[in-house]
Structure formats: structure tokens, C-alpha cells
Design a protein around this ligand. Sequence first.
Ligand SMILES: Nc1nc2c(ncn2[C@@H]2O[C@H](COP(=O)(O)OP(=O)(O)O)[C@@H](O)[C@H]2O)c(=O)[nH]1
Ligand SMILES: [Mg+2]
Length: 395
Amino acid sequence: MLETMKSERKRVTFVGRTNVGKSSLVNALLEQDLSIVSPIPGTTTDPTEKAIEILPAGPLLFTDTAGIDDCSPLGIKRVERVKKILKKTDFMVIVIAPPFDDFKYEIELLKESEKNSIPSVVVVNKIDTFKARDFDYSPFGNVDLLFVSARTKEGLNKLKEYIGNVLADSCNKGILDGIVKENDHVLIIIPVHHAYPKGRMKPLQVQIFREILDKNASFTVVKPNLLNRNYIESLNPSLIIIDSQIIKETKDVIPERIPVTSFSILLAKYKANLEALVESSKKIENLQEGDKVAIIEACTHHKLEGDMGREVIPELIKKITNKKLNFVFFSGVHQDFKEIEGVRFALHCGGCMLTERDMKSRQKYFASKNIPFTNYGVFLANYHGVLSKFTENLK
Ligand SMILES: Nc1nc2c(ncn2[C@@H]2O[C@H](COP(=O)(O)OP(=O)(O)O)[C@@H](O)[C@H]2O)c(=O)[nH]1
Ligand SMILES: [Mg+2]
């Protein structure tokens, strides 16, 4: 389980002032020395991430951060970084410890988390040193308070339990929930690109195989060159899942009555607002001569022959619009989209490297800038005229 992809893990971020014991808490919860603990303010400069398993939530990532109050010239950058991290946080643990003055930084963090719909808890640390329950925590309103000591370990099990329960529901969501049920048979059609490492499958494919098995359903996997209509008819699958790159090849072979979708549309539904991606995809027709189009990929890779983002998609967009367009490329999981000015349309990769929160926050960001935002899978299905067919069974 510790090998679960990072993007599949929910992120728990520990924030708060310097020296309140964030690193000590993370260490104590992980029961190992991960972060440097020290009484000298500002020891934790870079956020450190650590994998942990807490039931019933499952695999999580704990992120330790620098003090939010750190305002040395270097510190300002760090605070910005904390805000950035919060964008990629599923649960925020605000740690406080005496001496207390006001709670202005903590309230600021709470507001930030509410803005991003991130659940949070306030953890009062170092209860071995003071009468913690006597203090007035009313500025935190109705946010839950937990009392712990990283030193004596008091309250740590309760904190773990709390985190596990809050994240349980969202963690156990599956890509195929409501789509594949017990005893279904799924036909999966995937091309095997010669450039893909021997002996491996894409993580998303493996995840889908596993989910089908978990649902007590079964599947058949074939390459497109082995397909014909009789074969599909005899298998009589309840669903067909194909790679977006072979929509054209398989279009005429798949019987009309059998539900079909693509890996990237399933992923889009899982991690983003699919309806909004579908709506945006139609706006490609509004593009004008010379408009700027953004192509965004979460992973960084060398340009391959027939590269989806660099070659295939731009070619198809030119074909649809019949316009000369300017393409700008963005890549990486950490992106601040500085050069987004003037962009009229944005296409994102499937985002298998991104968490649901990352993907949705990117979608929200583009919506706030009024830039139509869609993804490769939705775009390709739309291009081949199968978008409504590929999405109709996912509602
Ligand atoms: N007494 C006591 N000291 C603690 C506790 N947690 C942390 N400390 C101490 O507080 C100091 C700062 O801890 P650290 O984890 O580096 O704080 P951070 O800056 O928030 O990461 C260290 O000297 C820790 O040993 C606790 O629960 N009780
Ligand atoms: Mg620290």
C-alpha cells in the first residue's frame, strides 16, 4: 500500500507557527525521525512529505511545513509556499501551543482553508506543559479542537483516528463507482506503444483492473488490431473502455448498443467536473486567427514521436478551427500559470499525476479567468464525434 501513487494519496498538511511542535507531531505520528526538530525557530524550511497509512482512510501523505509566522526575508517566500501547499491539501491540521497571544495567523489559515473547502482541525500541542483545557479558544468558532502532546504522546491516537475518519469517505471513492457493478464484464482496448517500458502497464490501467476485480466483475483486455465486431458481440461486454488514441480505429467495430468510454474520460469524471470540461470543449469553435491556446501537462517528459500534447493535439486543433493559432505549453505538477495572459482556450492532459484537489483547483482557476478549460480525452471524443456517447453512461 505504501507504493500507492502520490496523486492517489490524500494529503494532510501540518501548519502553524514556528516552534509549536509541528515537526515533533509529524514525527511522533509517524513514529520515526523524519523532520528535524529543534528549538531554533525556522528549522523546517522546505515542506517534507511522508507516506503513512491510517485506517479507515488508507494511504495518506503527511506534509510538515515551515512556520506561518516566519517573516524573515527568506521566510516571506516560505509563507507563500505554505499557501501554495494548501492548494494541494485535503486536510489541514493547525497546530498551536503556548505562548498564545492572538490567533491571527491561525484564523487566516482557517479562512484560507474554508475558501478552498479544505476540512481542518485545531490541535493544541504541548499539553504536558500547561492547563490546556482552561484556555479560551473561542476565536476558532466551531472548528474541532484536539489536545495532544507530541512529547508524552497523549492524544495522538485520537488525532490519528480523527484524521482517518475525516478522510475515509473521500479516500474510498473509486473511478468505476456507479459505472461497473458485480458480475459485469468489461472489455478494455489498449494500444501498446513501442516506447512504453517493457513489462509495464500504465498506473491508470492497473488501477482500473484492480477496481473491476474489487467489484467482483471481470474484464478482457485486447489490443485494437485483434478486434472485430463478431468478437465483441460474442463477448457481449456491459462496458467498453478504450484508450483515447484509438477512438477512430475502433469507432466502426463497436456495436452501437454497447456503452463505451475512454480512460481519460473516466479520469476526468473522477478528478474534475466532467460537465464543465464537456461544455468548455465546445467553445473551441470560437477561436479566432492568432489566438493563444494553452496545452498543459502534469508530467514532464521528453517529447516523443507523435507526442500527444506537443504534436497530435495542436494538429487536430488546427484542423478543426482552420486557423493559425499560437500554442503555449505548460508542464509540471507545480504550476503557477504565470504566462496565462491572453490565453483563449486551454487543454489539460488526463492528469493522472494530479490529485482531485489539484485538478479541480486548476479547473476553478481557469474558470475564474474565463478561459474555457477542457482535457485531451474530452477534446478527442468531441473531435471524433463520440463525446455524448462516451459520457452518457457516466451520469
Ligand atoms: N514539552 C513539549 N515540548 C514539545 C512538544 N512538542 C514539541 N516540543 C518542543 O518544541 C520545540 C519545537 O518543536 P518543533 O517540532 O521543531 O516545532 P515546529 O517549529 O512547529 O516544527 C522542540 O524543542 C520540541 O522538542 C510537546 O508536546 N511538549
Ligand atoms: Mg518544524
